[in-house]
Design a protein around this ligand. Structure first.
Ligand SMILES: NCc1[nH]cc(CCC(=O)O)c1CC(=O)O
Length: 300
């Protein structure tokens, strides 16, 4: 292919890291590419410090990028897969997925808010920053004395807000923190096990999006595809779809495919961010109907 592949991406540090990573993987596969930075509604409203459910419509971090793809302004897009709705707009497809970075969530505790003898060494009645209903519900389950406060902005901005004392702790995806190699020496990091504090479906995975009819780009992206990862993210996202939840729903789903070929699913669901958390665990030697069984259990 002589064409330089145009990669559509948001302009945040994490998005640019992910797009550069993709550019490098394409280069290794023999394809030249360039980045095209696109501003999204999500980027334009970050200063408002709103919780996600106050922003109308799904996909506010992705719509402008998808429109650019459909217009033909870019050839492909890189997204954090967990930010993607389970159904694609007409004409677009998530055609390949990356390796999986650590899927865990990490709690970052300000040194001044540490207290021996408390769970996670986090002081009593802490103020914890997160805008995710999934994280709020699971934090309250572990620390009912916590006050949850919304926090927005990109990953480095959120860490700055913690250090400035606006919060005693904040929660972020390990994937974003590791990719950006942020200096976390000034905070205490609690690394949760994703089988206990359950991540968002497809957390830690990048999705490569293309136009459904664009056979040339889709073939190029096959070189970047990790079918072992798509096996488990398909199950996680199928459960999300069956629960009819967007990124606002307090739902965590994590799936592992072990060396013996067995699938293990851990899920956590609440009816609201401040409602009790229900946890479900299932294992199966086949993926057949596994998502359906987990969803059925979660709905009981
Ligand atoms: N919702 C924002 C978002 N989308 C993807 C990541 C991190 C990377 C990933 O999980 O793949 C983050 C930041 C966070 O949740 O801490």
């Amino acid at each position: 292919m002589d064409q330089t592949i145009r990669i559509g991406t948001r302009g945040s540090k994490l998005a640019l890291w992910q797009a550069e990573f993709t550019r490098e993987k394409l280069r290794e596969a023999g394809y030249a590419s360039e980045l095209v930075i696109i501003k999204t509604t999500g980027d334009n409203t970050q200063h408002l410090n709103l919780s996600f459910d106050k922003i109308e419509g799904k996909g506010f971090f992705t719509k402008e990028i998808e429109d650019a793809l459909l217009r033909g302004d870019v050839d492909m897009a890189v997204h954090s897969m967990k930010d993607m709705p389970t159904s694609s707009p007409d004409g677009l497809v998530l055609t390949a997925v990356s390796y999986r970075e650590d899927p865990a969530d990490w709690l970052l505790v300000r040194k001044e808010s540490l207290e021996e003898g408390q769970r996670f060494q986090l002081k009593q009645n802490p103020i914890v920053g997160t805008s995710s209903a999934r994280r709020k519900a699971q934090i309250l389950d572990l620390r009912p004395d916590a006050t949850l406060k919304d926090i927005r902005g990109n990953v480095p901005t959120r860490v700055d807000k913690l250090l400035q004392g606006e919060f005693d702790a904040i929660m972020l995806a390990a994937a974003g923190l590791s990719r950006l190699e942020l200096d976390l020496s000034a905070v205490h990091v609690v690394k949760f096990d994703p089988r206990e504090f359950i991540p968002a479906p497809a957390q830690g995975v990048l999705a490569y999006q293309a136009c459904t009819e664009d056979k040339v780009i889709r073939k190029a992206l096959q070189h970047l595809h990790h079918s072992d990862v798509s096996l488990v993210t398909n199950i996680e996202r199928r459960i999300l779809q069956l629960m009819e939840g967007g990124c606002q729903m307090p739902l965590g789903v994590y799936c592992e495919h072990d060396a013996a070929g067995n699938y293990h699913v851990w899920a956590a669901k609440a009816d609201a961010w401040n409602a009790p958390v229900k946890k479900v665990r299932q294992s199966s030697s086949t993926s057949y109907l596994l998502a359906e069984k987990v969803a059925e259990e979660l709905k009981k």
